[in-house]
Ligand binder design. Sequence first.
Ligand code: MG
Length: 392
Amino acid sequence: MTDSTPSLPPPVAVVLLAGGRGARAGFEQPKQMERLGGKAVLRWSLDSLAAHPAVSGGVLVANDDVMTAVGPLPVGWISADPGAERQQSVRSALAALAGWADDALVLVHDSARPGVGIDVVDRLLAALRTADAAIPVLPVPDTLVKANGGEAGDVVDRSLLARVQTPQAFRLGLLRRAHADAAGGAATDDAQLVRRLGATVATVPGDPRLHKLTYAADMAILSGLLGVGMMTRTAVGLGYDVHRLVAGKPLWIGGIEIAHSHGLEGHSDADVALHALTDAILGALADGDIGDHFPPTDARWRGAASHQFLRFAADRVAERGGRIDHVDLTIIAEAPKIGPHRGAIRARISEILAIPLERVSVKATTTERLGFTGRREGIAAQAAATVQLPEN
Ligand code: MG
């Protein structure tokens, strides 16, 4: 209104690139859709860039399947179709930003780098007060040599080198000109295109959390850098089992043999306690029950020692990348007395599951001579298993 009106800072737009298929990572879905700490890798940078107070909108460049999976876009954000190459995807985003003035600022970011902090964006925007382009860089900590056909070649002076990250920040008009001029030549990032126009690209300190997801092993690195555990889901499973007592059979309970006039009848060794425990662990995995995995119709399991079933369930937890936190077992029997054997049963279960003794609870009770257990017709067992599983 008057000459004394302070000039507003230019608006900031984001171009978030999520069009890649991530073939090198070996994931079944585009790598930017892998789950990290309960949300998609792509969502991490989308949420933090959209939440930055200087950012007023953005373009997410992604295929329709990714757009559907990622959920609603933040206010002020639109989508654009990716091209076959990165450069075409940026051009597609620039077309979607046609309504923005040349003096706006734009942050171009690769969605495979989920760890965008507010600080690095602040540093980039501060650099654009005097420069037309700015990129985050990190020093190279390793010794570098020329790769020389299986032999180490000459050392390269690492003090002359830097690792380039994204987001990269530009005056929108400059980025538009760089892409218009670059119709022919390819580049792996936008700063290179801008430099071809003769513009100066400032560097600001990067952030180790901007580590790029390239290979499957990078997921564990990113979990550590972002402080999100890969184990984020607790599951509790319950198990219950009953077997009939018959005269003249060995009695197996909790993986040990107990001297008694009667034993339990069943297809396997009929270890009622290990069966309940196996079902509890399978229950935590939502992975069916003991009968699904070891059908009584299969002759292989006739008279089988039940520690194999329990070990199988524990292995299923490990295969999922999970961990058994705790098991709690109650044996319901009138006779024999279980109390004197509790310590041995506990030790045996700890051994079969390969978890510490203090994570194994074994209890016993009678039913006051009531019901089938009270009449000594059978023995029952119930169990709970608490399991930690990766969130995905
Ligand atoms: Mg059974």
